[in-house]
Write a protein that binds this ligand. Structure first.
Ligand code: FAD
Ligand code: SF4
Length: 474
């Protein structure tokens, strides 16, 4: 056991490597890339943890998971207890263990990062969560629970990580929770944005199933603001509080010529059609034409997901076109590495200026400038500057724009009582309450595009504030 090991002995344990499917094998299918740690690997990796007295890793976890304590449990082979401990702070560990940018958060602060290699906190989190899931029924977690007909009703708008986390907490507190979701499937970006090769849908479905088992109701195909208004939910359907977690799903475009040509997509549409609507199947209602040479513009996780999806949909060449350099890409380091293994071509320091068209109005190329890095801008990153006279064309038949998202105005326009900031995001006070009493908001619709763990943290915090608000009204 780890406590019997001296620091020297712990330091001598080699970092464990999680198995992954080879790039050549996986690049044409949607099966998960990472295969998870084995039990033996997880125990060894956990033993590498030095059990720091003031663990710096915890201070960089947005929801303050007790990292050394759960890792110690793993090292003692108490896998279920480890997962349960994580779940006290993080209700979706199988998901965050797969998609959190650990290298910028907990693992970047791990004391071993300065010595050899950080403890693989994310992989251990994923391992413990998956182990718990495989043994759920053994320990009774998957049993359902009677819903009290008299319980106070709370509505949650949107079933992404913020909505799911809030619904789970409120359900545990005994509220009658209904989640309203615009799509036909619950999960938000976790199902319509992040592809199965990174986050299998059945993991998200398992979480949704758990919530249903504890009495949470999901009403899909309901667009709040259109199908039903927030005012109607509160005044006619007796919901005593509402949590708005409808994300920020409106795609941005560059505003360059040619963006309305046939063969130009937003990453949002492209990924949603592939992930949620089976568009890779030629017999689907709305199939996607597979490109032969695809250019994806952007450098974040969305761009990575889109370009890797295009390869899986049959593209011979997938280009990632980014105006800064590789070190400045916001995508998770692991995704960049995996994309390269799958043959994605990284066109760094490349700034698109026009999408070119053939005689029939289809995309035939992306005209770009070569860029160089100048002085740091307001974000602290070096500003990309055009190299004069450097124009060139990347031949392609599809262009996918993945340069960011904005607040979708559908719900907010139908709810004029909501105060918004200058960019259309919902304003809240310190308790997460909006300008409408009893209506709270969190996740991307408040923060702007952020991360799964931050959205989840907002959902959890909002549940506590909703509970306080409703308790004080009694
Ligand atoms: P969302 O997940 O966007 O969920 C909002 C839900 O509300 C959606 O299901 C939507 O259909 C629904 N909705 C919208 N309007 C209405 C309405 N009017 N009525 C009813 N329902 C409505 N973050 C990471 O940490 N790691 C990653 O690897 C990562 N990869 C990403 C990849 C992609 C392709 C994208 C797009 C984002 C990625 N992110 C990643 C960001 C992360 O997914 C988001 O920050 C997070 O999902 C936001 O959660 P949310 O609950 O606020 O909103
Ligand atoms: Fe363990 Fe690293 Fe956290 Fe220290 S900083 S407790 S070594 S995971």
């Amino acid at each position: 056991m780890s406590e019997e090991l001296s620091k020297k002995e712990k330091m001598a344990i080699e970092p464990q490597q999680m198995a992954e499917r080879p790039g050549e094998e996986r690049r044409r299918d949607f099966g998960e890339v990472n295969l998870g740690l084995t039990e033996e690997q997880a125990v060894l990796e956990a033993m590498r943890c030095l059990q720091c007295k003031n663990p710096p890793c915890v201070s960089d976890c947005p929801v303050s998971v007790n990292i050394p304590a759960f890792i110690k449990l793993v090292s003692e082979r108490k896998f279920i207890e480890a997962a349960q401990l994580i779940r006290e702070d993080n209700s979706l560990p199988a998901i965050t263990g797969r998609v959190c940018p650990q290298e910028k958060q907990c693992q970047s602060r791990c004391i071993r990062a300065k010595i050899d290699s950080p403890v693989a906190i994310g992989w251990l989190e994923r391992f413990a969560a998956d182990y718990l899931a495989q043994h759920l029924c053994d320990i009774g977690v998957c049993k359902g629970r009677e819903q009290s007909e008299n319980a106070v009703k709370v509505a949650v708008v949107g079933s992404g990580p913020a909505g799911l986390a809030c619904a789970g907490e409120l359900g545990r507190l005994g509220y009658r929770v209904t989640v309203f979701e615009a799509f036909h499937k619950a999960g938000g970006v976790l199902v319509y944005g992040i592809p199965e090769f990174r986050l299998p849908n059945d993991i998200v479905e398992r979480e949704v199933h758990q919530l249903r088992a504890m009495g949470v109701t999901f009403e899909t195909n309901v667009i709040v603001g259109r199908t039903v208004k927030i005012k109607e939910l509160m005044e006619e359907e007796d919901f005593q509080a509402v949590f708005i977690a409808n994300g920020a799903g409106l795609p941005s475009f560059m505003g360059i010529p040619g963006e309305n040509l046939k063969g130009v997509y937003s990453a949002n549409e492209y990924l949603t059609r592939s992930n949620l609507m089976g568009a890779y199947d030629r017999n689907a209602d709305t199939p996607i034409t597979s490109g032969h040479k695809v250019c994806v513009v952007g450098g974040g996780n969305t761009a990575m997901d889109a370009v890797r999806t295009s390869i899986r949909l049959g593209a011979e060449e997938g280009h990632l076109v980014y105006r800064r350099d590789r070190d400045q890409m916001p995508a998770r380091a692991e995704e960049i590495h995996h994309a390269e293994q799958e043959g994605v071509i990284l066109d760094m320091l490349t700034g698109p200026i026009e999408v070119l068209s053939d005689d029939d109005g289809w995309v035939c190329g992306l005209k770009c400038n070569k860029m160089q890095l100048g002085e740091p801008d307001a974000s602290g990153r070096c500003k990309p500057e055009v190299i004069p006279g450097s124009e060139f064309v990347i031949e392609c038949d599809q262009v996918i724009m993945a340069i960011g998202i904005r607040a979708n105005p559908l719900l907010t326009a139908a709810t004029p009582e909501l105060n918004l900031n200058g960019r259309g995001y919902i304003e809240t006070d310190d308790s997460g309450m909006t300008s409408i009493p009893g209506v709270f908001a969190g996740g991307d619709i408040v923060r702007g595009a952020a991360t799964v763990i931050l959205a989840m943290g907002d959902g959890k915090a909002a549940a506590a504030h909703i509970h306080n608000y409703l308790s004080s009204k009694k």
